[in-house]
Ligand binder design. Sequence first.
Ligand SMILES: Cc1cc2nc3c(=O)[nH]c(=O)nc-3n(C[C@H](O)[C@H](O)[C@H](O)COP(=O)(O)O)c2cc1C
Length: 156
Amino acid sequence: MSNQQIVVLVASMSGVAEMVADEVADKLLEAGHQARVVRMEKASQKMLDARDTYVICSSTYGTGEVPDNGKAFYELLTKDRPDLSSVRYGVIALGSMDYPQTFCGGGKAFDAIFAELGAKRLVDRMEHDAKSGVYPEDAALEWIDGWIEALTKEPA
Ligand SMILES: Cc1cc2nc3c(=O)[nH]c(=O)nc-3n(C[C@H](O)[C@H](O)[C@H](O)COP(=O)(O)O)c2cc1C
């Protein structure tokens, strides 16, 4: 068991990322971690100060952009540039190869800004293609195993 708080931050337009986030949070709980899902419109600087570990679960809309409910948080990161050097994170990026030029752009954008602000990426970003025939929750549950393993090896 661990007292590590993990926040699964979700940016979603039509609910797929939310469903994936719920399953990932359940798996984190089963693994003995404290985890909760927070919709990104509720994310704040205060939350960034208080928590140190994140799983970002974001789909992609428009021309490779973050979903509407993630825009304010993305802007907070890019404009205020908080110091994330004590943060560990991972990214689950959802997209579709219907949009090859902007594939998984939402998750890629969060991954890039977290890294730029000094956060420690525990394992490579997961990318899911809605056209692949693979269920996103299945891919995410497999990916989170590796992320959990990396988390236990990487001290806070
Ligand atoms: C209008 C629209 C625009 C989209 N634009 C992109 C895109 O630019 N790049 C991409 O990889 N996926 C794009 N997608 C695919 C979604 O990101 C993908 O289907 C995702 O699984 C949806 O998750 P959500 O229900 O959590 O929003 C788009 C989907 C729609 C409906």
